[in-house]
Design a protein around this ligand. Structure first.
Ligand SMILES: Nc1ncnc2c1ncn2[C@@H]1O[C@H](COP(=O)(O)OP(=O)(O)OP(=O)(O)O)[C@@H](O)[C@H]1O
Length: 260
């Protein structure tokens, strides 16, 4: 399928966020277009994770507007953001280590399970049918990410790179239209990084999912993203296609200054 970059679906305008005296984000504006891979980069402590947390409703900025799919967003929590089609993965893997791969991915469907426990107890048949439908979708995701052979393995027994892939699978189980990835390749070896890059591109191209990712590996960022936002000390210092950002003296200075 040919990639199509569409209209702006997420517009962040003049976002400022502070924690007590610490200014994590200062007057940041950028947008995300439908179907693109948008990277957020910057030295440690630049505000990247805070920005993702603003997008999915974990943090509430003191100033600024967030417009998602044409609607100004009121204060919302992560559950509401997920219901609007925004899913994310975390910097530190947040899976249930004792549960199997399959069960972990099923937890990603929770939001879509319409029927509650009482209903399930009373009407076994329809809820069973619903569970089968969810299982089918989960099995498709398992095939897509090529983890069939570990579907019954407890997550805690898997190598790190595969755990990250399971986390991606769980996020995909919610069928998001906007996927936020917080350092999806952190701590991986070269081969694991190549695999993860391929899967991120496949998700974007074949499922049409818009992706915002934080990544420290510059090679990866330059290879897979359409546009890059650069943060430094909570301010935006660059924004544009990878080639433009890479050659921007202000960006180069921020990275050299931070010892990257
Ligand atoms: N919950 C919080 N309470 C207080 N300060 C916070 C909180 N979250 C982030 N900060 C501060 O906000 C600033 C930006 O942090 P953030 O984690 O967003 O940066 P980052 O670019 O993601 O860094 P890293 O690359 O190290 O993950 C830092 O000074 C951090 O200490």
């Amino acid at each position: 399928m040919a990639r199509v970059i569409g209209d702006v679906i997420l517009d962040l305008q003049n976002i400022s966020l502070s924690f007590g005296g610490v200014k994590a984000l200062t007057n940041i504006s950028f947008d995300v277009r439908e179907g693109e891979i948008r990277a957020i980069i910057g030295p440690n402590g630049a505000g990247k994770s805070s920005m993702l947390n603003v997008i999915n409703g974990v943090y509430h900025p003191q100033q600024g507007r967030i417009v998602f799919r044409g609607q100004e967003r009121r204060r919302m929590n992560p559950h509401e953001a997920a219901a609007q089609g925004i899913a994310r993965t975390f910097q530190n893997i947040a899976l249930f280590k004792g549960m199997t791969v399959l069960d972990n991915i099923m937890t990603g469907r929770n939001l879509m399970m319409r029927r509650n426990f009482l209903w399930n107890a009373l009407y076994w048949g329809p809820s069973r049918r619903e569970e089968i439908a969810h299982r089918k979708r989960v099995e498709e995701i398992i095939d897509f990410l090529e983890i069939q052979n570990i579907r019954k393995t407890p997550v805690g027994r898997l190598p790190y790179g595969l755990q990250k892939r399971v986390e991606l699978a769980r996020a995909l189980a919610a069928e998001p239209s906007l996927l936020l990835l917080d350092e999806p390749m952190a701590g991986m070896n070269v081969e694991e990084k190549q695999d993860m890059c391929r899967f991120i591109l496949d998700v974007n191209e074949q499922l049409g999912t818009t992706i915002v990712l934080i990544e420290h590996d510059m090679g990866v960022v330059m290879d897979i993203s359409d546009r890059v936002v650069v943060l430094d000390y909570g301010r935006k210092i660059g924004d544009g296609p990878p080639d433009e950002v890479r050659n921007d003296p202000v960006v180069i200075e921020a990275y050299l200054g931070a010892g990257h």
